[in-house]
Design a protein around this ligand. Structure first.
Ligand SMILES: C[S@@+](CC[C@H](N)C(=O)[O-])C[C@H]1O[C@@H](n2cnc3c(N)ncnc32)[C@H](O)[C@@H]1O
Length: 154
């Protein structure tokens, strides 16, 4: 299944939505520190998530640690500056889908390392700034799942 990776997420309700997204699709959620909130934050808990949903969340001190711990998966980074439209990537089960922090987006160093074929963008109007983080994660994950025929989902 796919891995969703949130790099330094800042806003609890977005992460709460993505915890639910991962629980509903059977994907693991990986959070890269520093986080802009505590996982015990009331705004996260208020989202009605239960302990099984939180059980799928893993926290890593940095991206290198995530890669080491998960067997160095292919990583596709979502950015408004991504090089490939998200529906044109050939996703494989096990791929990691990486998303940036709400106010800053992903660092240029990560986008440069992955290059145009490893960075994806969701098409928007040319004068738009960006989509909400949890909306972007849902769009990309469901496109990836569609391509592999929604394994284990009905
Ligand atoms: C609110 S956006 C960040 C906005 C930030 N100012 C920027 O320009 O990247 C949070 C994250 O959602 C994802 N995202 C939002 N809109 C996107 C788009 N059109 N294409 C790809 N990813 C997008 C990216 O991972 C982004 O880092």
């Amino acid at each position: 299944m796919f891995k969703i990776v949130l790099f330094e997420p800042e806003i609890p309700p977005n992460t709460g939505n993505i915890i639910r997204l991962c629980a509903n699709t059977g994907c693991a959620l990986h959070l890269i520190e520093p986080l802009g909130f505590d996982l015990e934050d009331k705004k996260l808990r208020r989202a009605g998530l239960d302990y099984r949903e939180f059980a799928q969340v893993k926290v890593h001190p940095n991206l290198a640690h995530f890669r080491r711990e998960t067997g160095n998966p292919r990583v596709f980074a979502a950015s408004t500056r991504g090089g490939t439209a998200y529906h044109r990537i050939d996703y494989r089960e096990g791929d990691a889908l990486l998303f940036g922090p709400e106010t800053r987006g992903l660092p240029t160093s990560i986008l440069d390392e992955l290059g145009p074929s490893g960075t994806l963008r969701i098409p928007m109007r040319s004068d738009s700034r960006s989509l909400n983080l949890s909306n972007a994660a849902a769009l990309v994950l469901y496109e990836a799942l569609r391509q592999v025929n929604f394994p284990g989902l009905e």
